[in-house]
Design a protein. Structure first.
Lengths: 350, 280
């Protein structure tokens, strides 16, 4: 929950945004890279983050030599976020590089809950001018990148306006592997001109990505987030409308709640039900149907999401003092999702 | 036949090794089950409030305890990471981890006890029965029973083929993967192996989910690709607060910018990638 909560409570605050844009270099990193640092100079920097971090996720600051100035996992209040930025700016002024030793400060909750400092890392790293960036998003060769937008609707069917919170608005992306495209192509060829049910794995991939809320409430993702999927009725059909085009339609009805193994002793209780009607179009590169060139879907229906943990702020915003737990969510209403494929952007893995 | 007996024995051993159970969980009804069946067992508003209070109270304390556990695990990891491991320090570190784990588990158990004590005897009995039934349906032991039955069917199929003078080497070769998959906890893959073996023996199960024979009625009016694209584009909000910060994703590029612009770096370290357009 940390990342979603931090995005909503810390990095959507206009004062914080202004300060970061003006006075900091913002860099977003995956915790997995910190936990398992790669080799090379960049890996040594990740190693330094690993050495100093209080917990696996958090907000960290560094000077221009890659020395950690301070970490914080949470903040006492909104003012403390700005206080943290002030504090780090002062530390940077004192130690902007490796000329003087730098102790890495660590806060569970800034400024009150402070852990022991970590000692200075000896030596200075030489950074290469050219390198292959480890932060790029890779995707398998031949896969097609698809972007998702989801909106909660009001009683009149109009999208709710507060796009800052993920139970109202989500953006996401996923890749459709080449093998999925080929399986769909084979099914289309086998069906000739008849309607056919699209392969389960393909249908499931689409439905898996259509939900509001954070990663923790993914309804079909047992292995990933330890959800207990209690229903996954997915029936999507297709028919050819030309040599290379398919029309898709159908329904999905999925339900999930926390897995007993998944609550990790933090008492989380959540439930998520999503019922959607789908309509879409898929275009293949050629009449051999070997790869998809374009994919577009709209899905409309209703959704119910409840999440019990975290703060209970009346303004519906996250509490910066409780970032790992997030915020209570109780949503029930109409929803609308859109999916559209894109090309380029991420580099391809062979 | 010796090799066939060997792989079947291994398959059963693999099953036995994975038969684990939590002997205590059947005694306490978890709060999600109480809430799920609240209407059926007549949970009153007062009980509901008391249960929520118990959960809230546990939650208030759980973040700190979880954090303490994570800190303790990290600290122990640091000690163990050193080339020469300081044994007394490592043992001391382990004690701290175990204490922190105990605190987390104790808190969870306390919450469960409090929730169960709020229920009447009748409610608790009904919910406990429901919980046990529900567990049995999803429990690894049910999976074990299913896999055991399938292994038995493979065994019988192999014997039948052998008696008919055939040597199902392909099935035997396939089944060699089964014990390893069970050992690794890859139960779904292990079951796939069994299904494939049954298929090779001509005894595959009927698919769990039969596709309807007739396609459901398509929408009365299909939207064109252009209309769909336009609707998808209209859903996107350009001016979202969290999109305003332009996060770099390369640490080295960030350091280079830090040196040129003489500004500190702020790093957002997270499980997934919430920059730009990713859910987080």
């Amino acid at each position: 929950m940390f990342a979603g909560a931090a995005r909503e409570a810390v990095f959507s605050n206009s004062d914080v945004i202004a300060r970061i844009e003006r006075e900091f270099i913002p860099v977003a990193l995956k915790a997995g890279m910190v936990r398992n640092p790669p080799s090379g100079v960049e890996g040594q920097l990740y190693q330094e983050l690993k050495r100093t971090q209080p917990v696996t996720q958090g907000i960290c600051t560094m000077n221009s030599s890659g020395k950690v100035l301070a970490w914080s996992v949470m903040f006492d209040g909104n003012e403390s976020v700005l206080g943290f930025l002030d504090h780090v700016a002062d530390r940077f002024e004192e130690t902007p590089d490796a000329a003087k030793p730098v102790m890495a400060e660590r806060f569970m909750r800034f400024p009150v809950h402070k852990l022991d400092d970590m000692p200075n890392r000896e030596g200075e790293l030489e950074f290469p001018l050219e390198h292959e960036c480890l932060g790029d998003l890779p995707r398998p060769k031949g896969s097609i990148l698809t972007k998702v937008v989801g909106r909660a609707l009001d009683a009149n069917g109009l999208p709710l306006s507060n796009a800052r919170v993920q139970e109202n608005y989500i953006e996401d992306r996923f890749s459709v592997p080449l093998s999925f495209q080929q399986t769909l192509g084979d099914a289309a060829k086998a069906a000739g001109g008849d309607a056919f049910r699209i392969p389960n794995a393909f249908a499931r991939l689409l439905v898996q990505n259509a939900y509001l809320g954070m990663l923790d409430v993914m309804p079909i993702g047992d292995a990933l987030i330890r959800a207990k999927t209690t229903k996954a009725d997915i029936v999507l059909w297709a028919r050819r409308t030309g040599e290379t085009q398919l029309q898709i339609w159908g329904t999905s009805d999925v339900s999930a709640h926390q897995d007993e193994r998944g609550n990790r002793g933090d008492s989380r209780i959540w439930e998520h039900d999503i019922t959607l009607e789908w309509q879409g179009a898929i275009e293949f590169n050629d009449d051999d149907h070997s790869a998809i060139s374009k994919l577009t879907f709209i899905a409309v229906g209703s959704e119910r999401l409840s999440w019990n943990r975290g703060s209970d702020q009346e303004d519906g915003l996250q509490n910066v003092a409780d970032l790992p737990a997030g915020r209570r969510i109780d949503f029930q209403g109409k929803v609308r999702y859109g999916m559209m494929s894109e090309t380029g952007e991420a580099y391809e893995l062979n | 036949m010796k090799y066939m007996r060997s792989f079947l024995l291994l398959a059963f051993v693999a099953l036995g090794a994975n038969a684990q159970e939590d002997p205590l969980s059947e005694h306490l009804v978890p709060p999600q089950v109480v809430m799920q069946k609240a209407v059926e067992v007549g949970i009153t508003d007062e009980q509901r409030d008391a249960i929520r209070d118990a959960i809230d109270k546990a939650h208030e304390q759980s973040s700190e305890k979880q954090m303490a556990l994570q800190v303790a695990v990290e600290a122990l990891g640091q000690i163990l990471h050193n080339h020469k491991i300081d044994e007394p320090k490592a043992i001391e570190g382990l004690d701290i981890v175990v204490d922190a784990e105990r605190a987390v588990k104790q808190l969870h158990l306390q919450m469960l006890i409090q929730v169960n004590n709020i229920l009447t005897a009748t409610q608790r009995n009904t919910l406990r029965q429901f919980h046990v039934t529900q567990r049995e349906q999803h429990d690894p032991r049910s999976m074990e029973k299913r896999l055991t039955a399938k292994v038995k069917r493979v065994q019988e199929g192999v014997q039948a083929k052998s008696q008919a003078g055939e040597q199902p080497f392909e099935v035997v070769k396939l089944m060699q993967r089964f014990p390893k998959l069970m050992e690794l906890g890859k139960h779904a893959e292990a079951e796939t192996v069994l299904d494939k073996a049954l298929e090779l023996l001509g005894e595959e199960d009927a698919p769990e989910e039969d596709a309807p024979e007739e396609a459901p009625e398509p929408p009365t009016s299909f939207k064109s690709t252009e209309e769909l694209e336009s609707e998808v584009a209209a859903l996107r909000v350009e001016d979202v607060a969290w999109r305003k910060i332009e996060w770099k994703t390369c640490l080295l590029q960030g350091l280079k910018a830090s040196q040129v612009e003489k500004k500190p770096i702020i790093l957002w370290v997270f499980i997934d990638r919430p920059v730009d357009d990713k859910r987080c």
